[in-house]
Design a protein around this ligand. Structure first.
Ligand code: KG4
Ligand code: ZN
Length: 333
């Protein structure tokens, strides 16, 4: 029997979750609106917002789970990777809480947790499987052999897929974070209205910086002829860019599946909430005969439930850390 409190504070979401024997009882997320007007996350403001949010979010998670503080047998927290100041708030809180209750601490790698979010609900993937992890900071194809035995077999050489969405949104004048807004527009646009180039990157690696540049020039050139080009074609531009980002991702995933002879395929991270990616993955699965795993929306973007489930699998192996642990902006996979 294990009741675990989990804390996530790696970027601009303060989140706490309670998990009992591998079952999520609560998952409270406070999103920080303070960054919107800056067009991106401001690290110092993020740390301050985490400091304000952390106690109310933890209290709400405990109340919503209908447990009491003394039921908690371990505290799991995101050690990295992420913004150091943000991680410091979650890590310090977790250490203080664990010390006060005299319970063990469990460190979690944020990127492992995005993948282990697939073990929250049924059906759960069978090992080994491939996971395309796509977030604001990462784009990776991971060969997952076991809960904590994972290998990066492909990754971006420059921008992440989420960044490609966010930068596109910025070029088009949409507010931050732009990914979900590009997605919303894309639903009513024609994905074949405009054609953006697919980069030719060897192996299983990705590159998105060329795409960003081509969108920039595409918009500039069209605006010379029609200053209202973006407003008049927003949905079609979003749909065409999204189509290219998604096909870049899925073409590499197909290549990886062939190379490793694996037909169990999952997606994870913030961009796995994208409707174009979810739809095209579903279509590809039928053609390629894949078993696919798409997380529930609430477990795609940053949340503490994924930290809790990862914590649970470490708890059953007694994999704890001491009070001398410190956060890591970069963390080995
Ligand atoms: O995993 P996540 O919440 O945070 C990081 O660890 O980075 O991912 C955030 C990223 C942002 O770039 C955001 O724009 C993108 O995920 N995102 C989306 C969608 N929802 C979130 N991108 C495209 N379509 C979406 N529906
Ligand atoms: Zn994340």
């Amino acid at each position: 029997m294990a009741t675990i409190l989990a804390i996530e504070s790696s970027c601009d979401e303060t989140s706490a979750s309670i998990c009992k024997d591998g079952k999520i009882l609560s998952n409270i997320i406070a999103t920080q609106a303070v960054h919107e007007k800056y067009g991106g996350v401001v690290p110092e403001l993020a740390s301050r917002a985490h400091q304000q949010n952390i106690i109310p979010v933890v209290v709400e998670a405990i109340l919503a789970a209908k447990v009491s503080k003394k039921d908690i047998q371990a505290v799991a927290f995101t050690r990295g990777p992420g913004l150091l100041g943000s991680l410091l708030v979650g890590t310090s809180f977790a250490k203080g809480f664990a010390l006060a209750l005299n319970v063990p601490l469990i460190e979690i790698n944020h990127m492992h947790a995005h993948i282990l979010a697939h073990f929250i609900d049924d059906p759960k993937p069978a090992f080994p499987f491939l996971c395309l992890t796509v977030s604001g900071g990462h784009t990776q194809i991971i060969l997952v052999r076991d809960y904590f035995d994972m290998e990066i077999v492909g990754e971006t050489t420059d921008d992440a897929a989420g960044e490609a969405f966010d930068k596109t949104a910025k070029i088009l004048g949409l507010p931050y974070p732009g990914g979900p807004l590009v997605d919303k527009q894309a639903r009513i646009g024609n994905p074949h209205a405009f054609v953006f180039p697919e980069p030719q990157i060897p192996g299983l690696n990705f590159s998105f910086s060329g795409l960003k540049t081509s969108i920039l020039y595409f918009v500039k050139d069209h605006k010379k002829l029609d200053p209202d080009f973006v407003q008049n074609n927003l949905a079609d531009i979003c749909a065409s860019v999204q189509y290219r980002i998604v096909t870049i991702l899925l073409n590499k995933l197909k290549k990886a599946a062939k190379q490793y002879h694996i037909s169990d395929v999952a997606i994870a991270g913030g961009v796995s909430a994208n409707s174009g990616l979810r739809d095209l993955l579903t279509e590809t699965a039928v053609k390629e005969n894949w078993q696919i795993y798409i997380p529930a929306f609430e477990y795609c973007t940053d949340n503490a439930a994924m930290i809790a489930i990862a914590g649970y699998y470490k708890y059953i192996h007694g994999d704890f850390v001491g009070q001398d642990v410190s956060p890591l902006a970069r963390m080995d996979f």
